[in-house]
Structures are given as C-alpha cells and as structure tokens.
Design a protein around this ligand. Structure first.
Ligand SMILES: [Zn+2]
Length: 301
C-alpha cells in the first residue's frame, strides 16, 4: 500500500512541472532564467530554454517568453520581487515554440507589445493549437494561447525600448530557423543571441542550415561582447561559439566526405565519427537527424 502511494505521489510530481524559476543576474540590467539541457516533456514543462529579462526605466523587457502561460506567470512572480514593474515589451528571437508560448500572459496582464519574425507568424497564426499543447502537461499548458505578433522585425535596426538600446540583427537566411533575431546591448556588452548560440548541448538543425550556422558565428564574432546570453546552456563566455563551430564544422567536413564517397544517408549516419561530441547533451535525441540534414544540405553544395 505504502509502495503504491509512493508510486502515485511520484507520478503526480513527475506529471507536471510546477515551474520553479530562479532568476540569475548576468549584467547590470539583464537577468536570466536557465532551462534544462533536455527535450521538452511533461516532467520539465518545456522549461529547457533560457529566457531573459531586461530592466528598463519603468518596465521589464522580456526576451523570449518561454514555453507556456504558466511559465511566464512563474517568471513574472520571481522578477516582481526584484522590481515590481509591468512588462511592456516582449521580443521573440525565432519561431520555435519553447521560446514564446508565454506571450499571451504578458499581453493579457499588461498589454505588452510583441516583436517577432514573419516566419513565426506564418507557421503559428493566432489561434492555432501548437504541438506543445501535447508535449507538456495540461496543467502546465493551461491558459496558453497563440496570439499575433504586433511588430515584425524584417531587417537590422536599432530598437529603443524604455531607456534601453537594442541593436537588432535580423538573419535573412536560414541559421537555426528560417528567420532568427539577436539583440545587442552595447552599453553592457550583452549579446542576446537566441538560438544562434547554444552551449553544453547540440542544437537541432533540421529547421535551419549548417552553412547558415557557420556564417552566423562569423557575424557573432564581429560584436564586442562580455556576456553571451544564449538560447540554451549555462555558459556566458565564448564557450558556446567554440562548441557550435566545432559541431557545425564536423557536420560539414564529414558530410562532404560522405557525399564524395557516394555514401547514402544511412551509411553516413551509422559511420560518421562524432565521438568527440559524446559528452554534449541531446546527442541521442538530435544528432542522427542533424546528420541527415547535413547530408541533404551538402549534396548540392
Ligand atoms: Zn531553442
């Protein structure tokens, strides 16, 4: 009986995430919520993404609103203790669901203005039921709605939001996704890089491009940065740049060789030596798909 009870309790605890979010200050005005290094699931509630809060003069500016309405609520309650300010602006770095499903929380509570890409609006028109509604638990997803983006970012530009200046970089070629954004804060030398940068884990590249990834890292290296605010992973130094470049280069080199040797995708997937990356998170989940994508990309390179 006791065993059964423990099992039931254990299952209840694992069935949804009850987001426990602790902000970490990473520069004068920027705070981070750090996500897990794993796939989104019912146990983590999709809390496997880094989101950022920038303290403006009279409000918070949120860079990626996270995986659900309830995540956004938990983040707001934690940030309220640091400064009791409304959220007036929300910035979505790219179209992947884990990064912006908290948007409607800030719209409903504060009427926040939402910036994002056309690629996101195209794939997720307002009202659509996203995949995440099945990936995370009903409890965690409750209240989440896909809403419209208010202003599309379609080119490089400077955004002045509540006393903070953001140099926006718009990638008009596929990098991590068909359209990615970064925001650079020159005053604090913080690069809010979205999923252009990961550390500790490999990225999923099946919605993007290896070549685009390599090109984007050259762009990243042109900035004068003290703090890299990455989409995933804990490091804020240059670690992410090195890890991303090594992985992209290995994909490129092995894919080109495989194609030259007329290897089909399956053989390539089964023989390419990526043992140097065995300690990176998400290899089991994502690497094979990335190899297939690289093979396809370089076939006509
Ligand atoms: Zn991501």
């Amino acid at each position: 009986m006791l065993k059964k009870l423990i099992l039931i309790l254990g299952f209840t605890v694992l069935a949804f995430a009850k987001y426990e979010l602790k902000p970490e200050k990473i520069s004068d005005t920027v705070y981070r919520f750090e996500g897990a290094l794993e796939e989104p699931n019912k146990a983590n509630g999709g809390n496997m993404v880094n989101t950022y809060w920038v303290k403006g003069k009279t409000s918070w500016i949120v860079i990626d609103s996270g995986p659900s309405y309830n995540y956004a609520d938990a983040a707001y309650k934690a940030m309220k203790k640091i400064a009791n300010l409304p959220v007036k602006y929300v910035f979505n770095t790219h179209r992947h669901e884990d990064h912006w499903l908290g948007n409607n929380y800030f719209k409903e509570k504060f009427g926040a203005h939402i910036y994002g890409t056309k690629a996101q609006a195209k794939e997720y028109p307002a009202g659509i039921v996203p995949n995440y509604s099945f990936v995370i638990s009903k409890e965690d997803y409750k209240g989440t709605k896909v809403i419209a983006i208010d202003t599309f970012i379609t080119k490089d530009q400077v955004l002045e939001l509540d006393g903070r200046t953001f140099g926006i970089k718009h990638f008009d070629y596929a990098v991590h996704s068909p359209e990615d954004l970064m925001a650079y804060m020159a005053d604090e030398k913080v690069l809010l890089a979205g999923d252009i940068l990961f550390s500790q884990r490999i990225p999923r590249i099946t919605d993007g491009s290896v070549e685009g990834g390599l090109k984007s890292l050259d762009v990243v290296e042109t900035y004068d940065v003290k703090v890299y605010a990455t989409g995933h992973g804990k490091f804020t130094d240059k670690t992410a740049i090195g890890q991303m470049r090594n992985y992209f280069l290995a994909l490129k080199e092995t894919a080109l060789k495989a194609i030259e040797a007329e290897q089909d995708v399956l053989t390539y997937q089964n023989t390419a030596d990526f043992s140097a990356f065995k300690n990176m998170y998400m290899m089991d989940e994502l690497h094979k798909g990335n190899l297939a994508h690289a093979h396809k990309e370089y076939e006509f390179y």
